[in-house]
Design a protein around this ligand. Structure first.
Ligand code: NA7
Length: 536
């Protein structure tokens, strides 16, 4: 009989972003042989790729960093309440250097296929250059928003000027001075880009298909006194993040919007509109995201703010969303975004009124006229959550393709495992709690590490989710989504991407229960010796 080959590695991790780096750190701590494969030329994932002007946190910096190392927490100083991308990338590099992570990361290495072999109970991955590597465990750390999509508009390649997708921004600075610039897309990315470049360009034209609700970020520098308080208060702050619904520092108001008087409600909205960060979204009344009438009160409040901030009322009306309520899509946070439209050199084109017909060599042609540009910026988002899985050909038991298995939407066990894909573990895959993402990452990585440790201790070489386990988790995730207004709206959170074939039907791609409930469920599985899994 032929000897079963010994895998090259105990674990392969795909991706050197926040998830992949921490997973590498934890598995190395266990003494395992691990290799990370990363498509980019350096660490950082989302923060490596998204170098567009104005890219920045919407979570408070200090609540976003890793919490696993006390030393790191004390050494690193965030300069702003919401750090910009360059600072965040510096931070991630600092972490990689401090813990010597780079030596186990292979850069410029895009994984194209991952195939499970039953005989050796291992995964073989193939890289773009054709090389192959084999491992017992395969961990995907490929990010929920990492496959950018360009708009499906005819003539994109005809444009003679410069064009960029925000998530593939060049490392060299782009000079906007005196340039005629177009931005297509007004999601969180488009809004950050627009407000940042509006003061640098010659002329800016924003092509908006759907207006999005946005609220002020209220960023600011962190002074020495606040810095000291932050450092002293880390344990309490992380404890708080563990208790809140989505791991942010903001706690949902226990009251409903109609449990207070009209004056009190208005005063509360006014206070939240004036406070830093996601409070107006996540720290608001407990029914604004589930009750239409409650939601209408905050939507009406923010609409009034837009009308006050934008001078031309025709433009203001175009910027007020009509097809969804406040907070039912991911809320962009802004800094003087609405005021941009008071500038003489900025124009808003509503492409529902005058649709884009094509990109031309000179610019963009709508049903109304042709606009000429030097630069076109595509802030058109991502093939979210499942998109990065679709790009790798994952083959499980008997050659089963993950893409086929998930044709009608993802089916997972705890968002971490898939039936017929033994020893494959997903970080921030579909059906997990996202929220303040590094908090969710640290939990998932610790859970996955615990499972691998358990397997090694018990001499187990095959871990698989059962069909029952997958069905019950997938049903649970669907049930949790019922009644959430966000699940009745088209957005990346409901798996919609107008530019990707087959992504026009809403799916439940995210776990929308509370993070503490998610952790309690996963902790229980671990405490019971992972008995819900098929182990051998
Ligand atoms: P989003 O939020 O998906 O926004 C993409 C934007 O691009 C949105 O305004 C889209 O309009 C617009 N878009 C997409 N395709 C087209 C075409 N073909 N024509 C015109 N306009 C188009 O992506 P972001 O990058 O802003 O943010 C993603 C997440 O990253 C964000 O939520 C944060 O969590 C970080 P639509 O609304 O679909 O009509």
């Amino acid at each position: 009989m032929e000897a079963t080959p010994i895998p090259d590695f105990d674990a392969i991790i795909i991706g050197a972003g926040l998830s992949g780096l921490y997973q590498l750190y934890r598995l190395r701590e266990q003494g395992l042989k691990v290799r990370v494969f990363e498509a980019g030329t350096d660490v950082g994932g989302t923060w490596y790729w998204n170098r567009y002007p104005g890219a920045r946190f919407d979570s408070e910096s200090y609540s976003y960093g890793y919490s696993f190392s006390k030393e790191l927490l004390q050494e690193w100083e965030w300069s702003e309440h919401f750090a910009g991308q360059p600072e965040t990338l510096r931070y991630i590099n600092y972490v990689a250097d401090k813990f010597g992570l780079r030596r186990d990361i292979q850069f410029r290495s895009r994984v194209t296929t991952a195939v499970y072999d039953e005989d050796s109970r291992s995964w073989t991955i193939t890289l773009e250059d054709g090389s192959r590597v084999n491992s017992r465990f395969l961990i995907t750390a490929i990010g929920p928003l990492s496959t950018p999509t360009l708009p499906n508009i005819a003539g994109r390649d005809d444009f003679k000027g410069a064009s960029f997708h925000t998530a593939r921004w060049p490392k060299e600075p782009v000079d906007f001075a005196g340039k005629r610039v177009a931005v297509i897309g007004t999601g969180a990315t488009g809004i950050q880009t627009i407000q940042t470049i509006a003061g640098q360009v010659g002329h800016l034209t924003v092509f908006q298909r759907t207006a999005n609700w946005a609220a002020p970020l209220h960023n600011g520098k962190i002074d020495a006194e606040t810095q000291a308080k932050i450092k002293a208060g880390y344990p309490e702050m992380f404890a708080r993040c563990r208790e809140t619904f989505a791991c942010f520092i903001h706690t949902t108001d226990p009251r409903g919007a109609f449990e207070v008087s009209d004056e009190e409600r208005e005063a509360n909205y006014e206070r939240l509109y004036g406070e830093r960060g996601f409070g107006i979204w996540i720290g608001n009344f407990n029914d604004i995201l589930i009750d239409r009438k409650a939601n209408a009160t905050i939507s009406d409040f923010v609409a009034r703010k837009i009308r006050q901030r934008v001078k031309d009322q025709t433009v203001a009306e175009k910027l007020i969303p009509r097809n969804h309520g406040f907070g039912t899509r991911r809320l962009p946070l802004e800094t003087l975004y609405y005021e941009v439209y008071n500038q003489d050199n900025v124009e808003l084109v509503d492409i529902k009124e005058t649709p884009i017909e094509r990109i031309t060599p000179k610019g963009i042609k709508t049903s109304d006229r042709e606009y000429e540009f030097d630069i076109i910026i595509y802030a058109t988002g991502f093939d979210a959550i499942t998109g990065s899985f679709d790009k790798i050909d994952f083959r499980g038991v008997g050659g089963t393709r993950l893409k086929d298995k998930w044709k009608r939407g993802p089916e997972t066990y705890l968002g971490i495992m898939v039936h017929e894909f033994p020893n494959m573990l997903m970080l921030m895959g579909p059906h997990t709690a996202l929220g303040n993402i590094p908090r969710s990452i640290e939990y998932s990585v610790d859970w996955v590490t615990g499972l691998i440790e358990f397997a090694i201790e018990k001499g187990l070489t095959r871990l698989e989710a059962t069909p029952d386990g997958v069905k019950s988790w997938t049903d649970h995730v669907r049930e949790l989504g019922e009644g959430m207004l966000s699940n009745e709206v088209d957005s990346w959170m409901t798996g919609i991407n107008s530019n990707v074939e087959g992504k026009q039907t809403r799916i439940v791609a995210r776990y929308s229960g509370s993070a503490p409930a998610y952790r309690a469920r996963c902790d229980d599985v671990a405490a019971k010796g992972y008995a819900e899994l098929r182990l051998s």
